[in-house]
Design a protein around this ligand. Sequence first.
Ligand SMILES: NC(=O)c1ccc[n+]([C@@H]2O[C@H](COP(=O)([O-])OP(=O)(O)OC[C@H]3O[C@@H](n4cnc5c(N)ncnc54)[C@H](O)[C@@H]3O)[C@@H](O)[C@H]2O)c1
Length: 250
Amino acid sequence: MNSIDINGRVAIVTGGARGIGYAAAERLLRSGATVALWDIDGDKLGSAREALRAHGTVSADVVELTDEASIAAATRAVAERHGKIDILVNNAGITGGNGRLWELEPAIWRRVVEVNLVAPFLVCRAVVPVMLQNGWGRIVNVASIAGKDGNPNASHYSASKAGLIGLTKSLGKELATSGILVNCVTPAAAKTDIFDQMKQEHIDFMLSKIPMGRFVQVEEIAAMIAWLASEDCSFSTGAVFDISGGRAVY
Ligand SMILES: NC(=O)c1ccc[n+]([C@@H]2O[C@H](COP(=O)([O-])OP(=O)(O)OC[C@H]3O[C@@H](n4cnc5c(N)ncnc54)[C@H](O)[C@@H]3O)[C@@H](O)[C@H]2O)c1
């Protein structure tokens, strides 16, 4: 593992109880950051915090990311507990299952957009003013190759991630001279608990699209997130960072 210097920084990782968020939290901690895990799954959150304690200072808040009041309370709690907020990783997300557009329930379609797109908007809306107080920040949004390509049988997921890419580009420009950089990553499929939300044929389809012929490891995504959260990332904002094993063509 190469070393990335994030010493002294305070990071929030949403969906940090498992999967990519957990790996990102571990990498940030091992790079010197203090980390606040935000997740709706209290049990998993508690065990993640216990396991991650070996790597540094880590706290945990149960947050429903589609709820403004819950986000406001957690933002205040982190700022009071750790003194500031430097890094935000908008990682939590859901798939909403698989099906052709006309077969998907409107309520599920809306929920995917709420969790994957509206929630990152609400979290940025709460956290950016805190970052502006210090004139420094790094926001990393976890989008997906699905947002660039548009996966069949995942119109809700693909549209929400395309929206998150657009949010990243807009906010990056709005904050370009503020010291706060905003970027997103677009991973191909990683074998996490999120696979339980998808049909096996969809997982097989995603793997078949990856020229490297394997799933991305969560640690590989975490390494890219950690670099984007560091001072070494200094002239990139509103940008989309591919980590799709060769699938992306733009
Ligand atoms: N695993 C993949 O194949 C893959 C590929 C590309 C992008 N992504 C994206 O990466 C992110 C993380 O994926 P993962 O595979 O680690 O997923 P995961 O299901 O393993 O973990 C997601 C976490 O987010 C939390 N969460 C979900 N909804 C929430 C809400 N409303 N409020 C608070 N917490 C909530 C869950 O409790 C869970 O702990 C997601 O945005 C996903 O879309 C995943």
